[in-house]
Design a protein around this ligand. Sequence first.
Ligand SMILES: Nc1ncnc2c1ncn2[C@@H]1O[C@H](COP(=O)(O)OP(=O)(O)O)[C@@H](O)[C@H]1O
Ligand SMILES: [Mg+2]
Length: 252
Amino acid sequence: MVAAEHHLVAKDILRTFKSDDGTELIALQNFNLEVDHGEVVALIGPSGCGKSTFLRLVAGLDMPQGGTLAYNGEPITKPDPNRGFVFQQANLYPWLTIEKNVAFGLKANGVYKEQQGRVQEMIDLMGLTGFEKSYPHQISGGMAARVAIAQTLVMDPDVMLLDEPLSALDAFTRAVIQDEILGICAKFNPIVLLVTHDIEEAVYLADRVVVLSPRPGTKIAEIPVDLPHPRNRISDEFIAKRHEILDALQFD
Ligand SMILES: Nc1ncnc2c1ncn2[C@@H]1O[C@H](COP(=O)(O)OP(=O)(O)O)[C@@H](O)[C@H]1O
Ligand SMILES: [Mg+2]
């Protein structure tokens, strides 16, 4: 990652879809968000409020009908390996080994020759050492989530879009990978947008928690989490933050 400041700005985003009966379904409306270099922002809100839609817009996989979305002052119009997406269901290539899954983006972008050393580096960083030659069906869900993160990280992204990447995991594995994500943040300082339905996860990882309303999704609260790392999940301050977010999610 280069030393330049990175900045993501979403202004008055509108994204609607046609539902099956032909009526307009408003996924996001008047959605505003600004994220600075190195910030970890958690997005939390009820199912169907447009969280994944927003990440897809930031990834450049989709376009809004209204509003503006800019990264470093440039409108986002298409995907870019600089903005890496980690999906809820780790989308690994079943016919490729772990090593080749991690190398895939480098090859697809024609930079494998120069950067192949990064493959082993990311495998080691994500605790996958020794599983280089394994296939996706031979590894656990927790390891698949790690591979999915390594696949994105190998591209040295400035923005990481994490769409509930840990939601299918048991609590212990989730806690271990949360610490690995914090390690990545400390080392590479990317912008991270993390969609999660786990309030504890949001407070543990994020610098800021953005609470969305039920559809049409719009920002109803923005809660800074100014606790030093490593955070103690059972400290009074931590629990107070959880309550603050839970209160914001009551939609009264
Ligand atoms: N491609 C699409 N076509 C039609 N409706 C969609 C599409 N993508 C999302 N939606 C709808 O938009 C709303 C928001 O979806 P989504 O962003 O996936 O919600 P969340 O991730 O917050 O659960 C949902 O009602 C969903 O059904
Ligand atoms: Mg979603």
